[in-house]
Design a protein around this ligand. Structure first.
Ligand SMILES: Nc1[nH]c(=O)nc2c1ncn2[C@H]1C[C@H](O)[C@@H](COP(=O)(O)OP(=O)(O)OP(=O)(O)O)O1
Length: 202
C-alpha cells in the first residue's frame, strides 16, 4: 500500500502540509533518543545566494549555508549570527526560515538544524578556516556571470527545501541517511510547509 504522505514524520511539529517527500518504499524512520541543536544560515540578495564551500570536517567539499553547533548558554539565533560572522565574516538580520531534522548512522541523536535567512548583510564577505564563501545565482540558468546553485555538490535533499528558503516560505522537514559519514545517502525524507504560514512550533 502506498504511504500516506500526510502522515508527519516523528519529531516534526507544527501545522504542516506535505510539500515534497521520497525515498525507499516501506523504509522506517530511524529511532533516536536525543536531539542536538545546530544552525545553518543563507544570505539571499535579489537573484544571488551566498554559499560556503566547506574546507574541513564532516561535509568537507560540500557547499552549504554557514552554521554549526548551538553552544551552551546561547540561543539558536545568537549561534546562527555568531557562526555567520566566524565563517563568512559578515553580520546579517537573520530570520528563522525552516527546521531540518537530520539523522544518520553512527550517532543516536537527531540533528535539529534551525535554518535562517537574510536579505541583506553588513561587513565584507571573507574566507575563513572552515568555509570559502561564493555567490551563486538563484536562477536555474545562472545570471550575471554567476553559476546556478551547485545542488550536486550539496547535501542530497537540500534541493527539496533550499527553493523554499529562497522564496521565503517557512518549512519543516526530516531527512534520514544511511551509510558511513561522507558516503551516507538519504533513504527517506519528508518536507512540509506551514499551513497559513503560522509561526513555528519548536
Ligand atoms: N544542508 C544540510 N543538509 C543536510 O541534509 N544535513 C546537513 C546540512 N548541513 C549540515 N547537515 C548535517 C550534517 C552535519 O554533520 C550536521 C551538522 O552540520 P554542521 O556542518 O553545521 O556541523 P559542524 O560539525 O561543522 O559544526 P561546527 O563544528 O560547530 O561548525 O548536520
Amino acid at each position: 500500500m502506498p504511504e500516506d504522505l500526510n502522515v508527519i514524520p516523528p519529531g516534526l511539529k507544527g501545522n504542516l502540509v506535505h510539500y515534497i517527500s521520497g525515498g525507499e518504499e516501506g523504509s522506517l524512520w530511524k529511532e533516536y533518543t536525543n536531539v542536538r541543536y545546530y544552525t545553518n544560515a543563507f544570505v539571499v540578495q535579489g537573484q544571488k545566494i551566498l554559499l560556503g564551500h566547506k574546507k574541513r570536517g564532516w561535509g568537507q567539499e560540500k557547499y552549504n549555508g554557514f552554521g554549526g553547533k548551538v553552544d551552551a548558554g546561547e540561543t539558536s539565533l545568537e549561534a546562527a549570527k555568531r557562526e555567520l560572522k566566524e565563517e563568512a565574516g559578515i553580520d546579517a538580520p537573520l530570520e528563522h526560515a525552516g527546521i531540518l531534522l537530520f539523522l544518520t548512522d553512527g550517532v543516536d541523536w537527531a540533528f535539529h538544524i534551525d535554518i535562517y535567512r537574510a536579505d541583506s548583510y553588513s561587513g565584507e564577505v571573507q574566507e575563513s578556516e572552515e568555509m570559502k564563501p561564493e555567490w551563486f545565482s538563484t536562477l536555474p540558468e545562472g545570471t550575471d556571470g554567476l553559476s546556478s546553485i551547485p545542488y550536486s555538490k550539496m547535501w542530497e535533499t537540500d534541493e527539496c527545501w533550499l527553493p523554499l528558503v529562497i522564496a521565503n516560505k517557512p518549512f519543516v522537514g526530516r531527512a534520514d541517511f544511511v551509510g558511513d559519514k561522507d558516503k551516507s545517502k538519504p533513504y527517506k525524507w519528508w518536507y512540509g510547509v506551514l499551513k497559513d504560514e503560522e509561526a513555528f512550533d519548536v
